[in-house]
Each structure stands twice: as structure tokens, then as C-alpha cells.
Ligand binder design. Structure first.
Ligand code: SF4
Length: 222
């Protein structure tokens, strides 16, 4: 067998496919970073400050502790704290007493911060438009593949654990025979398909580690 045949010739082998996927993801990451910098600096903010505003908008009235912000954004507590202070100085967020723990502080958006968060919310819409141009079935497949990749990165400690269905106590993978809606969410007591898997769900409650592993095995069909 020739070397070209062994390696898959000019198109490479399976290992090369993995490299190409990683290259493609890096290119998307580069585009996101560049868009984030341009959009943020045009508004006198840093990308981290934009991310904090977006995260607090997602959290709604309850706000978040600085430690939660750091975890959600995968930045150090010092970076989250520094960026939050900058947003306080700009009048876009404020710190309020935590209703459950009087010694702790929650960060919430001010009215001006809410307006700013609405304005910056669409910074990644160019990516949304690209994904929307795909057929629905490919969107669902892409979501499933990305969730599996994110889960692997979480297990390797490279990105923080987010509130995804696959780690949720309410998630029951392949609980139904319907291939269009095989999973079940016990929280809303309804079946759903791969296309509706959540990446960051406000109703998520972490499952016990053993249950997470079992659900993961069922989800990936191992
Ligand atoms: S509560 Fe949210 S994260 Fe949990 S299974 Fe239901 S949709 Fe998924």
C-alpha cells in the first residue's frame, strides 16, 4: 500500500479530519473575538464588560454574584471583579444585598445597563444568521455535536460547566420511541428533540455525578 493510500492521500486521514474541525472552530472563534472587540470598543466597553452585561440580562432581576459571573464567563474572579467595578463606575450595574445571604452582594443591571445590554445583545447575530441558513435537521445535528464537544471540554477542565440539559437532574435522554422527540424534561414534563437541547437553562439543577454519567452514556449511545 502506498503512503498516499495509507494516509488518505492529499485529503488526509481521520486524524486530519479532527485537525480540520479544530481549525474551523478556531476560525469561528477568531471571527467572534474580532466582532466582540469591534462592537465593544465602539461603545466604550471591553468584550468582558459586554459579556457581563449580556449575562446579567440573561439572569434577569435576580442578578448574579461576582463569583458566578467569573464562572459563567470562564475568567478569573479578579478579572470579573475589575470589570464589574468598571461597569459600576459607568452606572451600568450596581451591587445590592443578596436576599438569601445578607453578607453577600448581587450584581444587577441599572436601567441604563438594561438599555445598554439590549443594544449589545445582538453582537453575535452574524453567527446566528449563518446557523439559521442551515436546514433545520443540520442545525439540530450541529447543536448535538457542539454539546458533545463542550461536554468533553468541561470534563477536561478547559471551560466551566454550564447549565446544559445533559447535566440536569430533569433530563431523561431517549425516554421516548419518537425519533423526533426522544428526550424528556421532567421540569416541564414534556418530550423534546435534539434541536431543543438547552446550552444554558435557567431551570437547570445539576444531577448527581453518577446520574450525569449514566445520562451521558445514554445520550451519546455508548
Ligand atoms: S430543566 Fe432545562 S436543562 Fe433541565 S432538562 Fe429541562 S430544559 Fe433541560
Amino acid at each position: 500500500m502506498t503512503k498516499a493510500a495509507r494516509t488518505g492521500g492529499p485529503f488526509g486521514d481521520r486524524e486530519r479530519t479532527a485537525e480540520r474541525v479544530a481549525q474551523a472552530l478556531v476560525r469561528i472563534g477568531t471571527a467572534l473575538r474580532s466582532e466582540a472587540w469591534e462592537g465593544a470598543s465602539a461603545r466604550g466597553l471591553t468584550p468582558t464588560q459586554v459579556q457581563i452585561l449580556s449575562y446579567l440580562r440573561f439572569r434577569g432581576r435576580q442578578g448574579a454574584r461576582v463569583s458566578e459571573v467569573a464562572e459563567a464567563l470562564a475568567v478569573t474572579p479578579a478579572t470579573a471583579s475589575e470589570s464589574t467595578h468598571a461597569l459600576v463606575r459607568k452606572g451600568l450595574v450596581r451591587k445590592v444585598r443578596d436576599e438569601e445571604d445578607g453578607r453577600a452582594r448581587q450584581v444587577v443591571l441599572t436601567a441604563a445597563g438594561r438599555r445598554e445590554a439590549e443594544r449589545v445583545a445582538g453582537w453575535s447575530d452574524f453567527l446566528l444568521r449563518a446557523v439559521r441558513s442551515l436546514p433545520e435537521a443540520e442545525q439540530a445535528t450541529l447543536l448535538r455535536v457542539l454539546l458533545k464537544t463542550i461536554r468533553e471540554l468541561q470534563r477536561a477542565g478547559r471551560i466551566p460547566v454550564s447549565r446544559m440539559c445533559v447535566t440536569c437532574r430533569y433530563f431523561r435522554p431517549y425516554a421516548h420511541p419518537d425519533p423526533a422527540a426522544p428526550h424528556h424534561c421532567d421540569f416541564v414534563d414534556a418530550p423534546f428533540g435534539d434541536g431543543l437541547l438547552r446550552v444554558d437553562c435557567p431551570d437547570h439543577v445539576p444531577a448527581e455525578p453518577g446520574v450525569q454519567e449514566e445520562n451521558w452514556r445514554r445520550f451519546v449511545g455508548a
